[in-house]
Ligand binder design. Structure first.
Ligand code: NAD
Length: 452
């Protein structure tokens, strides 16, 4: 479901016209299809001198994934991806040659190409020069992503807590950023820590054997999440309100899962989810808090019911369900190894006029995710959030045309995302190999120009 403008400027006469008039030409993004190559061409691995060992280690992994890996820029190559490893740089001047080497090949980065940086997080006690270079990578990557064209994206992996460069979670994050699964993730830096985790036996089915619950699964992003988790091997429990029963049954049938009619705001929602997952599927591994509503109004005109409904569905329900699933930590009343992924929004980061209630709820989701992360980790699980930007759904198709057109172009990829783009990020965070990603907010927004 590419928007009609993107379609028009990429085909026939209208393509020529758009080029002549200098109109923005958003690329058709490459999305995951089983059997397609991981990248669209060879991968160049570049590093500063001190990080050569780490770059070698990653190059070996990429070779093992069947990629064509090169260590020297050459003039005649159309690069599928560039990996810039800066893990051991100690001062800003250390990275100059490596970043300029990346610059020298950017004109030959393929359509839908990838640039991925791997660096370390600045930490308390770092020497000022070390903190400068580590933080510098952040500003470099965000700026570079804005310079990339033709559907190419730039994202960064930031190693924390002495994580090894070839730790399983680092590799699964690298694979996600290189692949078509991250089509609409752009300009993001994801902190990744060390964690005990196995890489999947089959990268196309990283959720094999897992039981996942998706709330709000009857339509829109929730239906796409259910389908993507099932495609990746999970057995999916689809939850939605009884009024959405038809759509719910459709999704559950499509994914070969089960349907649970449930209002997530009910007091015992968490217990009912757990009981359903255990009795029907023998356990629970993943919960995706996707159910959400809008009741947009300027605060001056906001009715109590409009404020309260949004907080109840988008925020309080997630808190209560998490409490019931994680238990009080004292006994066997909770779930071990649970992966929680919650839907936030860029509105909860940048704010949005007419959305004080929604912005509160989504910023609240980010707050509780960070606080839940250590609780989940104490039982071997994780809690993360995904913050979508403008996604093409029934919800956003009701926005008046002019506003919608501006909203969907205000990002580096000059287009709205698809529900599947959000779903791919959630599937990645839910996968066992992503255990080292915890308490994070991953934006799926094409590097939306608002917010950080
Ligand atoms: P949608 O309105 O199309 O779907 C939401 C689903 O949640 C519906 O099926 C609805 O019946 C269900 N739901 C609502 N209240 C419920 C309740 N009390 N109990 C159980 N189910 C309930 O919305 P969408 O666009 O697919 O959005 C999904 C999530 O993504 C929401 O959390 C939304 O805030 C977030 N999001 C969407 C966008 C976007 O651009 N569409 C952007 C940022 C964030």
């Amino acid at each position: 479901m590419t928007d009609s403008y993107t379609k028009a400027v990429n085909s026939g006469f209208t393509k020529t016209l758009a080029t002549k008039l200098g109109l923005p030409r958003p690329a058709v993004l490459r999305r995951f299809r089983a059997g397609d190559p991981l990248t669209v061409g060879p991968v160049l691995v570049v590093s500063d001198e001190a990080s050569t060992g780490d770059a070698d280690a990653l190059a070996r992994v990429l070779l093992g994934w069947g990629l064509d890996v090169r260590r020297q820029p050459t003039d005649d190559t159309r690069w599928g991806a560039v990996l810039l490893v800066l893990t051991e740089a100690e001062r800003p001047t250390d990275v100059s040659a490596a970043v300029l080497a990346v610059g020298s090949v950017l004109r030959r980065l393929a359509t839908n190409g990838r640039v991925v940086t791997v660096s370390r997080a600045a930490a308390e006690g770092d020497a000022p020069a070390l903190a400068a270079v580590r933080n510098g990578v952040d500003g470099f990557l965000r700026s570079l992503a804005k310079e990339l064209r033709a559907g190419a994206t730039g994202n960064g992996i930031v190693l924390t807590d002495d994580a090894a460069v070839d730790a399983p979670s680092v590799l699964s994050t690298l694979r996600f950023f290189l692949s078509a699964r991250s089509a609409y993730v752009d300009g993001q830096l994801l902190p990744v820590g060390p964690a005990d985790a196995d890489l999947p036996a089959d990268w196309d089915r990283p959720l094999a054997g897992q039981v996942a619950v998706v709330t709000g699964a009857a339509r829109g992003i929730g239906a796409a999440i259910a389908k993507t988790l099932a495609r990746d091997g999970a057995t999916v429990v689809c939850v939605d309100v009884p009024a959405a029963g038809e759509g719910l049954a459709r999704t559950a049938n499509a994914v070969g899962g089960t349907a649970l009619q449930l209002d997530v705001t009910s007091d015992d929602a968490g217990r009912r989810i757990l009981e359903h997952a255990r009795t029907r599927h023998g356990g629970l591994d993943v919960v995706v808090h996707n159910a959400g509503i809008l009741r947009d109004k300027l605060l001056a005109n906001m009715k109590p019911a409009q404020w309260d409904a949004v907080i109840a569905v988008n925020l309080e329900a997630q808190l209560r369900i998490n409490d019931q699933l994680l238990g009080d930590g004292s006994g066997d009343d909770g779930v071990d190894g649970l992966r929680i992924v919650s839907l936030a929004s860029t509105s909860g980061i940048a704010g949005n006029k007419g959305q004080t209630n929604y912005g509160f709820s989504k910023a609240g989701v980010i707050g509780h995710t960070r606080a839940t992360a250590p609780l989940a980790a104490s039982r071997g699980g994780t809690a993360n959030a995904v913050a979508p930007g403008f996604i093409e759904t029934e919800m956003t198709s009701s926005i008046p045309f002019a506003t919608r057109e501006v909203a969907r172009r205000l990002n580096s990829l000059q287009q709205g995302g698809q529900p599947v783009d959000v779903a791919e990020a959630i599937a990645f965070l839910a996968s066992p190999a992503a255990a080292g990603v915890n308490g994070q907010v991953l934006r799926v927004c094409g590097q939306n120009l608002v917010g950080r």
